[in-house]
Design a protein around this ligand. Structure first.
Ligand code: ACO
Length: 297
């Protein structure tokens, strides 16, 4: 059983910050950032994840009677109680047969939400999946190793359970050292360790899905991967044998928006996907987690 994507929306909020901004304030250069990460711009907003999620939810098209799950992925949520999902449930006037919940799986949150929805829905039922991140709240803008990497974002989809191809692969390595929050609530990361982890464990996860589906990289139409570093995306392509132009990218203009990166990518490339396309999703992050899905569009 699988999921049909019925609607996709994304917000672009805040100010666009180019590498120049950081070059003028930190010991870094446009050239270092672009060549080491593939990032040129990112958006930084004052709006909170709950504010953005409300605006996004107002734009999503869904069938109220069919929606049985509303899942909001955010590690940077501004609210603990009520949850963002609770706020949206009321705002969208969803009925009592829909459960609504916030989840935190860091950058892997949105793909986790997809996997949860597919496991919970019955055929014909719908879910609303939202990712809303104000990563900038948790960044020390004096830390050049972190500041240049991240941006803020919010995007979401409406899905309906169908009977098409769907396989998921989820792994968590329980490493609580390489990406953590410090005492000031700023992200601290051992970038090299995350990089090494990503370029080995993400391709392994995708290979497992291909093997289970009896497919090869050549059968895949698109890869929608978490946007953390363009060099990681290049390695995914190289190690899985999937053409580089099938590995979708928007990191240059948006940086790493944590859980919002995969749905934002889907929105930007929405006109490319055709019925029957085989699409791999994969996201990795603090945990350390890799969550991947192979589905037929
Ligand atoms: N400008 C200039 N120099 C810099 C900068 C910068 N912005 N940042 C680091 N450097 C320096 C370092 O200090 C180091 O200097 P040194 O050699 O004098 O010690 C040098 O550049 C090399 O540093 P590395 O860390 O080895 O650089 P690397 O090529 O590994 O790139 C990066 C760092 C971009 C962080 C990379 O490792 C990466 O992208 N890692 C993956 C991050 C990721 O995927 N995060 C996703 C999860 S996040 C989440 O879940 C919340």
């Amino acid at each position: 059983m699988g999921l049909k994507v019925k609607d996709i929306k994304s917000l672009t909020r805040g100010v666009k910050r180019s590498n120049k901004y950081y070059e003028e304030r930190l010991d870094t250069t446009d050239e270092w950032i672009l060549t080491r990460t593939g990032i040129e711009n990112r958006y930084i907003t004052e709006e909170t994840p709950s504010e953005m999620a409300k605006d996004l939810a107002d734009q999503l098209e869904f069938d109220r009677d069919k929606v049985k799950a509303l899942i909001v992925a955010s590690f940077s949520s501004d609210v603990r109680i009520p949850s963002i999902a609770g706020i949206l449930h009321k705002r969208l006037e969803l009925n009592n047969s829909c459960f609504s919940v916030d989840i935190n799986a860091a950058c892997a949150g949105f793909v986790s939400a997809m996997i949860m929805a597919e496991r919970m829905l019955n055929p014909g039922e719908e879910a609303i999946l939202v990712a809303s991140e104000q990563v900038s709240r948790y960044i020390d803008f004096n830390d050049r190793g972190i500041a240049v990497l991240f941006g803020d974002g919010c995007a979401g989809i409406v899905v309906e359970k169908n009977d098409k191809l769907w396989l998921s692969d989820a792994s968590t390595y329980g490493d609580d050292r390489v990406i953590v929050m410090d005492d000031n609530d700023f992200i601290q990361m051992n970038g090299q360790e995350v990089f090494k982890f990503a370029i080995s464990k993400v391709p392994e996860s995708l290979e497992r899905l291909l093997e289970r589906a009896d497919l090869t990289g050549a059968d895949i139409d698109y890869v929608a991967a978490h946007q953390a570093n363009v060099r990681i995306l290049e390695q995914i392509s190289k190690r899985t044998g999937i053409d580089e132009d099938k590995v979708l990218k928007n990191i240059r203009e948006r940086g790493n928006t944590s859980a919002a990166s995969v749905p934002t990518l889907l929105y930007e490339y929405r006109d490319k996907f055709k019925d029957g396309d085989k699409v791999l999703f994969t996201a990795f992050g603090a945990g350390l987690i890799v969550n991947s899905v192979l589905m037929e569009w």
